[in-house]
Design a protein around this ligand. Structure first.
Ligand SMILES: [Cu+2]
Length: 120
C-alpha cells in the first residue's frame, strides 16, 4: 500500500509540474512579442552591425536592420522596454530614427562610409 501511495504522489507531482511548465511557457510567449518596423538612417554593413548592436538592449528579442529599406524590424517585450528607449540607444550610437535625431558630434565621428542621409 505504501508503494501505491508513493506512486500516486509522484504522479501528482509530475502532473502538477507539467501544468506549471505549460503555464510558464504560455506566459513567456505572451510577453515575448511586440514587433515594430522603425525607420533608421544608415548606409552600409557597418551601420547595420552598429544599429543592431545598439538596439539589442534588455527586453529586445530581435533587431534586424535592412540596408535597402532602412527599416529596423524590432521585436521586444513591452513590459520590459519601450520603442522610444530602443530608439534613443540607436540615436546615441549615431543613427537617426523616426523619433530621435542622432547628435551631430556622434554622427560626424562615424566612418565616412557610414555618413548616410540625415532623416530629420
Ligand atoms: Cu556604415
Amino acid at each position: 500500500m505504501k508503494t501505491r501511495k508513493f506512486i500516486m504522489a509522484v504522479l501528482t507531482a509530475v502532473i502538477l509540474s507539467t501544468g506549471l511548465l505549460a503555464q510558464t511557457q504560455d506566459h513567456s510567449k505572451m510577453e515575448a512579442g511586440k514587433t515594430e518596423s522603425i525607420k533608421v538612417g544608415g548606409a552600409c554593413d557597418m551601420c547595420k552591425a552598429r544599429i543592431e548592436k545598439a538596439a539589442k538592449i534588455e527586453g529586445v528579442t530581435k533587431a534586424e536592420w535592412n540596408k535597402e529599406t532602412k527599416i529596423l524590424a524590432l521585436t521586444y517585450n513591452p513590459s520590459a522596454v519601450s520603442s522610444d528607449e530602443v530608439q534613443k540607444k540607436i540615436a546615441a550610437a549615431g543613427h537617426d530614427t523616426e523619433r530621435f535625431r542622432a547628435d551631430d558630434k556622434v554622427y560626424d565621428k562615424l566612418p565616412a562610409c557610414c555618413h548616410y542621409e540625415r532623416m530629420r
